[in-house]
Design a protein around this ligand. Structure first.
Ligand code: SF4
Ligand code: SF4
Length: 338
């Protein structure tokens, strides 16, 4: 749909959050506790940290929880009775005040879960999620959204994008039908607006490389020694995958007690040594360098080829979280000039 341009006073955000909660929606937003900022359920606008550059973890757990039940089962004498998850119990959720890269991250994640065959649990969660993001006024040295087709005021993935244009006012772009439903429900909180040039109100982030260059370079770099050099520091802890909005690796585990059992899905990482370990003991990605190569190839070669989406939105979370100081933007820059 064509973007609808509105304004909303900062003083009206309080009513918006309260009314969204009263309507039965669960509102998640960046909250800082003990110096750490992460998405958490909020009841009021006072709880929200509008100032953080990025939460430590992404918002992906709203649609792809760390651990979730896929089904339960009961073994009988000669059969197994399977009970599916009741999708009608999945709540309506608002992701509020995340950054444009948080919103953009749902696009490659959705491609992973719905391209080959549609994961109904994931799809239902995403269908019931509305995303109200806020443009970035500041960035840090880890942010590189402009190098991967994003920007501090990118509308991709958001249903509504707010941009602070004065001490009292946000410019509100209503981008999707979900965003319009929110506008229609709380129309009294919004005012009409002309199109606003967001450039003076958002962070400036220099473009360091392009996804197209990385994609092109990877065509000849599979056997390169660059992976050994870059992965030398990596200890294979998986933190980069867990904080990444676009990483969708998971494991499936059955927990059985007597005749009853539950099948769970939990986060996993292609950076873990046992991720590709065969039952025979053979591991096709024995070295950390091969696992690092897989991470980069998946995001910049396999995923765009198979699903027409790049698997990185330049949020910088993996670099901030890495205990070994691996900086993905620096490594991508090195690949771009290889
Ligand atoms: S967070 Fe750093 S050390 Fe851990 S797997 Fe990722 S790159 Fe390797
Ligand atoms: S790979 Fe790193 S920079 Fe890219 S989206 Fe994931 S966490 Fe963000």
């Amino acid at each position: 749909m064509e973007i609808i341009n509105k304004l909303i006073d900062k003083s009206s955000l309080s009513a918006l959050i309260e009314r969204l909660n009263t309507s039965g929606k669960q509102v998640y937003a960046p909250v800082t506790k003990n110096g750490l900022c992460d998405f958490a359920k909020v009841e009021s606008v006072q709880e929200i940290d509008f100032d953080s550059i990025a939460t430590i973890q992404s918002a992906k757990s709203l649609v792809f929880p760390k651990v979730e039940k896929l089904l339960s089962y009961e073994k009988t004498y000669d059969d197994v009775i399977v009970k599916e998850v009741d999708l009608t119990k999945i709540p309506e959720v608002i992701a509020f005040a995340g950054r444009p890269c948080d919103a953009a991250g749902f696009i490659p994640l959705n491609a992973i879960f719905t391209s080959d065959s549609v994961d109904q649990i994931f799809k239902t969660r995403l269908d019931k999620l509305s995303i109200i993001s806020i443009s970035c006024k500041k960035a840090d040295d880890f942010c590189f959204c402009t190098s991967v087709n994003g920007s501090p005021s990118n509308t991709s993935g958001s249903d509504i994008l707010l941009t602070e244009i004065s001490e009292t006012t946000y410019y509100a772009e209503i981008i999707t039908e979900k965003g319009k439903a929110i506008l229609d429900a709380y129309a009294d909180l919004f005012k009409d607006s002309a199109v606003v040039d967001k450039t003076p109100f958002v962070a400036k982030i220099d473009k360091q490389f392009s996804t197209e260059i990385i994609n092109e370079k990877l065509k000849t770099l599979f056997e390169s020694d660059i992976w050994d050099h870059q992965a030398m520091r990596c200890v294979g802890c998986g933190a980069c995958a867990f904080v990444c909005p676009a990483c969708g690796c998971f494991d499936i585990q059955d927990e059985t007690k007597g005749k009853d059992g539950v099948r769970h899905r939990c986060w996993d990482s292609c950076g873990f040594k046992i991720f590709t370990m065969h039952t025979s003991g053979h591991n096709p990605r024995e070295k950390q360098a091969q696992r690092w190569r897989q991470r980069i190839f998946h995001k910049f070669s396999y995923q765009p080829e198979q699903q027409q989406e790049f698997g990185c939105v330049g949020c910088g979370r993996c670099s901030r979280a890495c205990p070994s100081d691996m900086n993905i933007a620096e490594h991508l820059k090195a690949i771009a000039v290889k």
